[in-house]
Ligand binder design. Sequence first.
Ligand code: S3P
Length: 167
Amino acid sequence: MKNNIFLIGFMGAGKSSIARTLKQQYHMRLIEMDEQIEAEQGMKISQIFSEKGEDYFRSLETRLLEGLQQQENTVVSCGGGVPMRRCNVDAMKKSGMIVYLSAKPETIYGRVCNSHTRPLLEGNMNVEYITGLLKARLPKYLEAADVVVKTDGKSLQEICRCIMEKI
Ligand code: S3P
């Protein structure tokens, strides 16, 4: 089993910030899936959604994960929709531990409300929509997770310590 860490969770759960902190504190390599897809495609995520469609984006996520099998000592900050596909979960399990970062809808809203980089939340930027989508996704997040870490009210350092204690 490779020693990679896959951070999963809803948009705004803190995956990117926590991944950066893990990289610094534990000298891990970092892969930010959305950034890597944007760099490879030469397009922003919102542009990929609008010009190529969501299914195309989902296939890019799957291809990227499959290409990560040889990585070691790497923390991967996954897009929020990654665990919705079973094949993605299988690919992650082959090369590391999956950590679900949980956050309440109100916490998520507070973190994402001023951002316009997430196509699924454009026109849906409210706690009710986030609550509904989180509820629909939660079973898949929990099924994929080896470890669950609550992030509400915790500092980045506390969350990272919690992750390292549990894995
Ligand atoms: C998505 C989450 C986003 C990005 C895309 C779709 C999702 O990533 O991959 O907008 O389906 O939850 P973050 O979770 O990093 O915001």
